[in-house]
Design a protein around this ligand. Structure first.
Ligand code: NAP
Length: 277
């Protein structure tokens, strides 16, 4: 069993991105909008600021009060859309105003500044197999598999979790790369019926240790996206018993997470280059 090591690969990617930004003299600015004080958001934002700064990207954090109205959030987004100094905009999820309000606000981010790739133009382009900016976790998983020469063309892939951020867009992106994709969710029972013959299993549901040894085939490739906590310890969606049967697998930490953060930089570079053309 070999570990798919996103943490080490991130170091390589950061070097590569830093070089591109320096050599091509790219003046990139990321604006992050934070609303309220969600503890996990604070940590995610801290990491986004840290890694963008490491490669020479400027960032501006807009900290808004938890009672900020939806209109005010949209007004700020529209101002940033119009500001030529801003390369990309992230509205950090979740927001206290709720998921629907988040979706409405995020849709206001201009296509040319949509770092997260959740805007309707990017999703449409993904759907039409004319991909532009892919959601960071989606492109991060694809790049990690490519880095280890794991071929998607012709592979049978089972994705567990049909969330809008990972599972659903990943199923289309992998189909675009000629994988045969089975999309599972909480009504896919028994789950092992869909996981047992898969060459590659990506689990993005956040159900700690859901996928066990008897649910996978020998030599499968496992990509563990899920984050949950059991007895205070961060665990993934794969049970450790499944590791022995894997040819390659990501660990609950140091796998997909570092790739996701690196892809923010990847997407910012692409946005900058597109805006300069
Ligand atoms: P989400 O929108 O809540 O989706 C979760 C999905 O899991 C749903 O489709 C749900 O099915 C499915 N599910 C729940 N229980 C299941 C079960 N027993 N069997 C099969 N499917 C089941 O969540 P998300 O935003 O996609 O995130 C998923 C996980 O990935 C979370 O743990 C999140 O923290 C993690 N994540 C990690 C990263 C990273 O960079 N490492 C990035 C993004 C997300 P239904 O649709 O039927 O409810």
């Amino acid at each position: 069993m070999q570990i798919l090591d996103g943490k080490t690969y991130r170091l390589e990617l950061l070097e590569e991105y830093k070089k591109i930004i320096e050599e091509e003299n790219l003046d990139i600015r990321l604006d992050i909008i934070k609303i309220g004080d969600d503890p996990s958001s604070i940590q995610y934002i801290k990491n986004k600021l840290k890694y963008t700064e490491m490669v020479g990207i400027k960032s501006v954090l807009h900290e808004l009060d938890e009672n900020t109205s939806e209109d005010e959030i949209i007004k700020l987004i529209k101002e940033l859309n119009e500001n030529d100094e801003v390369t990309g905009i992230i509205l950090q999820s979740p927001i206290p105003q709720g998921r629907d309000a988040f979706n409405r606000c995020a849709l206001e981010i201009a296509f040319s500044k949509d770092v997260d790739g959740f805007g309707k133009d990017n999703i449409y382009n993904l759907y039409m197999n004319k991909e532009t900016i892919l959601p960071c976790t989606v492109i991060g998983i694809i790049k990690l598999l490519e880095h280890y020469n794991i071929n998607l063309d012709g592979a049978s892939v089972t994705i567990v979790g049909r969330g809008n951020i990972v599972g659903k867009p990943l199923s289309i992106a992998m189909t675009n790369r000629n994988a045969t994709v089975t999309m599972c969710h909480s009504h896919s029972e028994p789950l092992e019926k869909y996981t047992k013959d898969a060459d590659i299993i990506v689990s993005a549901c956040g159900c700690g240790r859901l996928i066990k040894k008897d649910m996978v085939k020998d030599g499968f490739v496992g990509v563990d996206v899920g984050v949950s906590f059991i007895d205070g310890k961060q665990v993934g969606d794969f049970d450790e018993s499944a590791y022995d049967k894997a040819s390659y697998i990501t660990m609950p930490t140091g796998g997909v997470g570092p790739m996701t953060i690196s892809m923010i930089i990847n997407n910012l570079i692409n946005l900058k280059k597109n805006s300069d053309n």
